[in-house]
Design a protein around this ligand. Structure first.
Ligand SMILES: [Zn+2]
Length: 276
């Protein structure tokens, strides 16, 4: 089955991962900007990172026949440096017209601090002024419910925000309703240890349905598995769900959401074969 991984940090993965993902049916990935494991020191550090995401990474993905899309932001972990965050936000528009950029993300909260809220709101303001989609990271573990609630409240208080142009990521059993009840899209992250396992994700689908929801690996430089989406596909098959239902979650839903961006120039695999 073809699938799209809507959240994976491929610059921290090797080319063999693209190859394995492609063999398992991956036709496209979307890579939000994120934290490098250390705080970057200058706006030029971010500019180089964004060049890697918009110039080299689509080329490298293409070697395996995978289409690469990306998102721009400074991560919430770096938002305590408000002045650097503002320099980065001011620089982001240089990249918004690049061919593979879908919007602003992954923005959000990490420890739910006032500075993180300030920078979150300024990212949302940029997205509204430039008519971009938004991809949102929600905090981990004990801070998750409170942080997700704070994020949703900040989005709802900005009357320019259209919920169907926002994807709230890393939802779990206790946060999926907070996101979806307001009309936002949401995504579950399949991690080996924290976040959702394939079986918990399948339980959530069985409880809340398959509208406006997707699954991703959020593969990065930490313990993670870029082939987690196929594990979810297998779990859904094991439970007897139809191929059409599984395809909606792993392929059609990301396609529908990303298509709201004018930069989503996706070629369906059937079309690629015809062109080739
Ligand atoms: Zn991420």
């Amino acid at each position: 089955m073809y699938f799209i991984d809507p959240h994976v940090h491929m610059i921290s993965r090797v080319t063999d991962d693209y190859e394995r993902m492609a063999r398992m049916g991956c036709v496209a990935v979307s890579e939000p900007a994120f934290w490098a494991g250390f705080d970057r020191g200058s706006v030029d550090g971010f500019r180089d990172y964004f060049r890697q995401l918009t110039e080299f990474e689509p080329t490298r993905a293409g070697w395996s026949g995978v289409q690469h899309f990306t998102w721009m932001c400074i991560n919430a972990k770096e938002a305590e440096n408000v002045s650097l965050s503002r320099e980065v936000i001011a620089m982001i528009p240089e990249f918004l017209d690049k061919a593979n950029v879908l919007g602003i993300g992954e923005i959000g909260l990490n420890k739910n601090t006032p500075n993180e809220c300030t920078i979150f709101r300024e990212h949302v303001d940029l997205a509204m002024k430039t008519n971009e989609l938004i991809l949102i990271h929600t905090p981990h573990l004990q801070d998750k419910f409170k942080g997700t609630r704070m994020i949703v409240d900040m989005l709802l208080e900005d009357t320019r925000v259209q919920p169907d142009r926002v994807l709230i990521d890393h939802v779990e059993e206790h946060t999926v309703r907070v996101a979806r009840d307001h009309g936002f899209w949401c995504a579950m992250t399949l991690y080996p240890v924290t976040k959702c396992t394939p079986s918990r994700a399948a339980d959530i689908i069985e409880t809340y349905g398959d509208d406006r929801i997707m699954v991703n690996s959020a593969g990065d430089w930490g313990p993670s598995n870029p082939c987690a989406v196929p594990d979810f596909i297998q779990e859904m098959r094991r439970r007897g769900h139809s191929e059409a239902k599984i395809k909606k979650i792993v392929y059609e839903n990301p396609l529908e959401f990303f298509s709201k961006s004018c930069n989503f120039n996706f070629t369906p695999p059937e079309q690629q074969r015809l062109d080739g």
